[in-house]
Write a protein that binds this ligand. Sequence first.
Ligand code: GUN
Length: 303
Amino acid sequence: MTVLDGNKIAGEIQEKIKKEIDSLKRTSNQIPGLTVIIVGDNPASQAYVRKKHKIAQKLGINSRVIELDKRISTVRLIKQIKNLNQDQNVHAVLIQLPLPDTFKTWEILDHLDPGKDVDRFLPINLGKILLNRTEIYPCTPAGVLVILDEYQIDLTGLNVVMVGRSFIVGKPLASMLTNRNATVTICHSKTKHLAGLLRKADLVVAAIGKAGFITPDMVKKNVILIDVGQNFLYQRKDVIKLCTQSQQNKFEKKGYAITGDIHIDAFKKSSYYTPVPGGIGPMTVAMLMQNTLLLFKQKLKLE
Ligand code: GUN
């Protein structure tokens, strides 16, 4: 059972990005610009955005966060996006999801310039992923592939069960794994006989947002487990049932704990696994920085 150490790999990637930004700054006299829009007061989203901003600043990215009240109108939100599309110093824009329920997600996202779509969520960008015609991938799926590559895990011919079909993780990652010669089954909340499918999998990716949902009896011995879930727990009884001792200790200080979609006891049956926290989470942030740099370099090439 080997831990896929997202903190370590993400730290190494960040160092490389920082060096490249320093060097591009010297040669071009410009720096990459990332703007994150956050609407409303979802505490998990606020925490993620703070983290992204802090790391972007550390790497020398011109990072800005636009915080908007949840009562902002759709028209005004779209105006903000259009302003960023025009801003020459902004190379990458991220609209933090989920938006408050009052917004129709695509009515908003569709106004973003696909060239600044750092998440690669827009149809043209997702289409290029499907066709294997791009070098820029959505942050979380990119983080999953990079960490597997770092530990030299060969995906060829593996039976992968992808649990979750979101456009943030499941859909793009399933395509990316298929393009890497894995055989992928996409499962979701309506899938029949999920446990039976999971038990046949060589590699399981869980991206469903249900704490400890995948239990040890649902996976085979030596499976590779990739846990994309980040679930906040506030009840002591849940923390005791679902978290490691070190997470339980942190809960006593912080009042909450974070755990994944895969039950910690399932990791004991695995050959490799990503812990939560410290697995895919930091990889996602590192990939956001990498995508920002890639979009900036694309723009420099066009000048
Ligand atoms: N919410 C959860 N993950 C993500 C992500 O990767 N990008 C955006 N924009 N919102 C998210």
